[in-house]
Ligand binder design. Structure first.
Ligand SMILES: [Zn+2]
Length: 400
């Protein structure tokens, strides 16, 4: 493939869509992007489509399913290694079906994702089989403090071991995940929890990770845990429910990226008993988070699109459209929302197979029927968004 004619190109930088842009490429990489002229020899005509870069989901749990079945949810925390492998393979396929080219994993209890990736490297070594998975970056198991939330996705440092020393022992991780607060209460709206680690321990641990060349994602909800995590040097704040406006300003100043995972609350609203207090609290948290996302845009905070897929009712792949929808409802243009996924997401996942479509970038893109305005409308209904997804390429290789 050499020259691709687009109806509209959303390049992922945040710039407004360009009408009738032509992407030129060589060996899976973009060589130039220019305006269409009659002299162009077109190899792939996508003139009725909006073309966007392959999406990045900056917060997933590959070893878990979004299933609503409570027995299954319980069982999936104690999978055998083979069953986990099958589940991860299925989740990977589902992500590709929705145009997701790269994901940042948030950890699992037994490090199954890390093992899956190690096996895959070995088994792919002699095979010429096509791309069967998005790029997956995993921390292995997350770290939490003893006696606090986090056992579902990781483990705590050994007795008498500091968090920093524990991180030093983790080999093969592509980044570090630290849990530094409780989870969001669906019983009491706005309930805050204390930080899991004291400031000096957290800061030292983040320095250790950086010395190992690893970025650090920190799960933190509430004002104090988020403030502490930003000041300790976290690369991203995960969730950030009820963190308050001062923390938005802090993140804008330090360049910390916020991954709000708002769609988890939408999933609770839809899957819990509609008459229950929990469903009501989830709805209020969803509204609250949307308003915080809107304030973050005004404060100049960098945001990324992360779904927390694998949580209850948060399905791999399709949930990314719901999170993009949340950003659009909160006032982001479609170009800005896609840039949060692609540009800021790629910054959290260095070296992955996607990013803004510009010179020397991987030729990783998907094409959706219709204009950006129509796409914006369709993305708000994930089923329509999926129907509109016509083609998907990674490094110029056809996936869909
Ligand atoms: Zn998570």
């Amino acid at each position: 493939m050499k020259q691709i004619l687009t109806g509209w190109l959303i390049d992922g930088t945040g710039k407004k869509a360009i009408k009738n842009a032509v992407i030129e490429s060589k060996k899976g990489f973009v060589t130039s992007i220019k305006q269409y002229s009659k002299l162009n020899q077109i190899d792939l005509d996508l003139s009725s489509c909006t073309v966007i870069p392959g999406l990045v989901d900056a917060h997933v749990h590959m070893a878990m399913s979004g299933s609503l079945d409570t027995d299954f949810r319980k069982a999936q925390l104690e999978l055998s290694s083979d069953t986990a492998k099958n589940l991860i393979t299925a989740n990977a396929k589902e992500l590709l079906n929705y145009g997701v080219a790269a994901v940042r994993d948030g950890g699992d209890k037994y490090g199954f994702v890390e093992r899956y990736l190690n096996d895959k490297v070995v088994s792919n070594r002699d095979s010429s089989s096509g791309i069967s998975s998005p790029d997956i970056l995993t921390p292995g198991m997350a770290w939490h403090a003893k006696g606090r939330y986090g056992g579902l996705i990781g483990r705590c440092p050994a007795d008498s071991q500091s968090l920093g020393n524990a991180i030093k022992t983790a080999k093969g991780a592509k980044h570090v995940k630290i849990v530094n607060s409780g989870i969001n209460s669906l019983v009491e709206f706005g309930k805050q929890t204390s930080p899991q680690f004291d400031f000096d321990e957290l800061k030292t641990a983040i320095v250790v990770a950086k010395e190992m060349g690893l970025q650090v994602m920190v799960h933190a909800n509430g004002e104090e845990p988020v403030k502490q995590s930003i000041e300790a040097g976290a690369d991203s704040i995960e969730h950030g429910f009820f963190m308050g406006s001062d923390n938005l300003k802090r993140m804008a100043d330090t360049g910390t990226i916020w991954v709000p995972t708002a769609c988890t609350m939408k999933a609770y609203c839809e899957s819990l008993d509609q008459q229950s207090n929990e469903a009501d609290v989830a709805k209020r948290i969803w509204d609250e988070q949307l308003s915080l996302i809107s304030k973050a845009r005004q404060a100049g905070t960098n945001l990324a699109i992360g779904t927390d897929s694998g949580s209850m009712g948060v399905f791999h792949g399709k949930s990314i459209y719901i999170e993009i929808m949340a950003f659009i409802i909160a006032g982001f243009s479609i170009e800005e929302a896609i840039s949060c996924s692609v540009k800021n997401g790629r910054d959290l996942c260095p070296g992955v197979n996607t990013g803004p479509l510009e010179k020397n970038a991987p030729l990783t893109f998907s094409a959706y029927d219709g204009s950006p305005e129509e796409l914006s409308g369709m993305l708000q209904n994930c089923q329509n968004g999926l129907k509109a997804l016509k083609e998907f390429y990674i490094f110029g290789q056809k996936i869909i």
